[in-house]
Design a protein around this ligand. Structure first.
Ligand code: 9MG
Length: 279
């Protein structure tokens, strides 16, 4: 199974890829305000690459539940200087975390290679045409609703089945828009319109999505369902996040999105070493 993102290509199976998070926002739930200065954001990303990140995900709009959206101009102002500088300084692919097609296009022009789209439940194909035109990679994230509405009343008869059906339908629509399956990574969207139970059901059912023959990305880093389950504040969720990541990799995930790159890389290498004894 191959994942292509412009000049980058990953052939799976291979060791789990760790995607480092760089939020250029004042209000993200965990690191909001830390990397608003482009120089600080770039230094943080470079440190993540040194620690073993093989993708850097840059975002300029918070996607936490209830977050206020930002204008296109403000989002561009936040992310483009970071991506331009980073593209000159790191060899790993840069992913743009955005819901806006114009931001994705500008970010790809500035040197990004992947579009991380938490709004893959979109109705029109403008974002997918950007991905098709540029040969970018595309992370297709499941979300019920929007960041403003998603946690008001998440509701599924069968979360694993509904997310699986969504992936099948999106792969078809992406293909109709000119995006090849080899450009697509799938992500169940932990916390995007899900209760604690839905998140746990999706983690338990993760293996079922491997039949779609696309890499699976998981983002659990420091998320609130870990806090709700364990009674842990956001700064105390590393162990819970790593437990989910190890579980997910054993169930077939290939990419882990995280704030804590060094710790996640170590957990991945350990999980793979144990698993290698079994194969
Ligand atoms: C931007 N963002 C926040 N959480 C995420 C998750 O779980 N997956 C992806 N792909 N992006 C996320």
């Amino acid at each position: 199974m191959t994942f292509r993102a412009r000049q980058f290509s990953f052939a799976f199976p291979q060791p789990t890829l760790v995607m480092g998070i760089v939020n250029v926002t004042p209000d993200s739930f965990s690191d909001g305000g830390h990397f608003l200065d482009p120089a600080a954001a770039v230094a943080h990303a470079e440190k993540q690459v040194e620690q073993g990140a093989e993708i850097i995900d840059v975002g300029g709009e918070s996607t936490r539940p209830g977050a206020q959206g930002v204008s296109e101009a403000e989002e561009l102002r936040r992310v483009i200087p970071v991506i331009e500088r980073l593209a000159d300084r790191v060899k790993v692919p840069i992913s743009i975390d955005t819901m806006k097609p114009a931001v994705a296009r500008a970010a790809l022009q500035a040197g990004a290679s992947i579009v991380n789209d938490i709004a893959a439940n979109r109705t029109d194909d403008a974002m997918w045409r950007v991905v098709a035109d540029t040969g970018a990679g595309y992370v297709c994230v499941h979300m019920q609703g929007t960041p403003q509405t998603m946690q008001l009343n998440p509701n599924y008869a069968d979360a694993v089945k509904e997310v699986g059906d969504f992936f099948v339908e999106r792969l078809r629509r992406l293909n109709d828009s000119g995006v090849g399956a080899d450009q697509v990574v799938l992500d169940v969207g932990i916390g995007f319109g899900k209760t604690v139970e839905h998140n746990l059901q999706l983690l338990t059912g993760l293996r079922s999505f491997t039949k779609l023959q696309r890499p699976l990305l998981l983002g659990v880093s420091r998320k609130s369902f870990i806090g709700k389950l364990l009674g842990a504040d956001v700064a105390e969720r590393l162990a819970g996040s790593l437990a989910c990541a190890c579980w997910a990799v054993r169930a077939g995930a290939q990419i882990i999105r995280t704030h804590d790159v060094a710790e996640t890389v170590q957990a991945m290498r350990m999980t793979e070493a144990i698993w290698a004894q079994e194969k």
